[in-house]
Design a protein around this ligand. Structure first.
Ligand code: ATP
Length: 395
């Protein structure tokens, strides 16, 4: 056992959790208070809270309400108080100060605390990134707008470590690259995206500069993703607090330094709700209203639906053959449920399937099928043998 445990650490399969602070066995999403004291989250990860003193007694985030009266009942609001967003709990059977832990409100600290482990177990050279996806928890005062703001979410962050004097150019690079990804790879409308640069006074305690990539939601412009220049703040404070040397030896210059960090951060929930809102559309096909999700093929849960026109055995056999010729190359669904073919098309339109492939009675004679396109509802006849390549072309 010891040999395997040592190997996992040496080669980077599994690191001991929060090792530079003495470790915490059996926990990764929960990190000891020492981590959050060092990172500044105990002191600074706060939102200003105001409560209605009138009838409804509702609580609000002070930066989300205008003036001193409750948006719900018009009653007066009390003075703003700072409210820490981290969930606190205890590990082990004894609830003392030493056992205090916090559910992580960001994945970033794990990557800073493990920085030494990563450097020692991999052969990475600056510039390089550590990316992580996992649950994060925030005790939001006002969760809402569907999954835009929730208390537990799937956070995706990358800490991109660069030379100290190269942060400005990498910051610009990642801002552009993240925007490009949304437009080109996920298909979001470019005119509903914009950059919002945080003024100096609203920056997080660790940030030199932050740009939000905002999307125009039905409830107004809101943050989809944040890109922050965290400088060497986090490595520096963890080095001070843990007394571990977290510097990096640059093999090119033989100099030791703490790398600076550019961090893009976004939750799966915000990407998901944005994709759905951006793709949702209603139109009229053959005098019938239709709901359609115009999802980019990269993110459509089903890319090709194979639909036999009827449940006749001959048709089903060919349809199954068509299905297996596509599987492995595309995300394929086979839909044989009874009912009018139009109903099945509509169902596929509503889940955003870009193409339906229809197997009909002619197929049995001409070994060809019909591709129906979701957006235009245009149809074209294609030999089964050419189908995979033709679909690839269209995607
Ligand atoms: P806000 O000011 O809206 O509370 P924030 O500035 O605190 O947001 P960040 O700390 O920058 O948010 O979080 C990084 C990313 O994590 C956000 O861009 C968003 O995609 C996601 N995120 C943050 N909080 C939530 C939440 N409560 N629910 C879902 N996703 C979230």
């Amino acid at each position: 056992m010891e040999k395997v445990v040592a190997l996992t650490k040496r080669r980077g399969f599994i690191f001991p959790s929060s090792e530079i602070y003495g470790g915490i066995s059996g926990s990764t999403l929960m990190m000891p208070a020492a981590v959050w004291a060092a990172s500044g989250h105990l002191e600074n990860f706060v939102d200003p809270l105001r409560q209605c003193l009138g009838q409804c007694k509702k609580r609000w985030r002070a930066d989300h309400v205008k003036g001193d009266r409750c948006p719900e009942c018009g009653g007066p609001l009390d003075e703003p108080r700072m409210f820490n967003l981290m969930f606190k709990t205890h590990v082990g059977p004894v609830e003392d100060h030493a056992s205090e832990v916090y559910l992580r409100p960001e994945t970033a600290q794990g990557m800073f605390v493990d920085f030494k482990n990563v450097i020692n177990s991999t052969r990475v050279r600056v510039p390089f990134g550590i990316a992580q996806q996992g649950k994060a928890f925030r005790n939001e005062i006002t969760p809402g707008n569907f999954v835009f703001r929730v208390r537990e979410f799937e956070l995706m962050e990358m800490e991109y470590f660069v030379k100290p004097n190269e942060d400005d150019e990498w910051f610009k690079y990642w801002r552009e690259e993240r925007r490009r990804w949304y437009v080109e790879d996920l298909g979001l409308s470019p005119d509903r995206l914009r950059f919002y640069e945080h003024p100096k006074e609203s920056l997080s305690h660790y940030s030199k500069q932050t740009t939000d990539i905002e999307y125009e939601f039905p409830f107004g412009w809101g943050e989809l993703e944040g890109v922050a220049d965290r400088t060497d703040f986090d490595l520096r404070v963890h080095q001070e607090h843990s007394k571990e040397d977290l510097s990096y030896l640059d093999p090119e210059t033989n100099q030791r330094y703490l790398p600076w960090v550019i961090e893009p951060a976004v939750s799966l929930e915000r990407i998901f709700i944005t994709l759905l809102l951006d793709a949702y559309d209603e139109d009229v096909i053959n005098n019938e209203p239709r709901v359609v999700l115009r999802l980019h093929a990269n993110v459509a849960p089903v890319q090709v639906a194979v639909v036999p026109l009827s449940k006749k055995e001959g048709l089903i056999k060919v349809a199954r053959e068509v299905q297996s010729s596509l599987q492995g190359r595309f995300r394929v669904e086979y839909d044989q449920t009874g009912g009018h073919i139009g109903r099945r098309y509509r169902r596929q339109d509503e889940i955003g399937t870009p193409f339906c492939v229809t197997v009909d009675f002619d197929t049995l004679n001409d070994r060809a099928v019909t591709i129906r396109q979701r957006d235009s509802t245009q149809q074209e006849r294609v030999p089964i043998a050419d189908l995979p390549d033709r679909l690839q072309q269209l995607l």
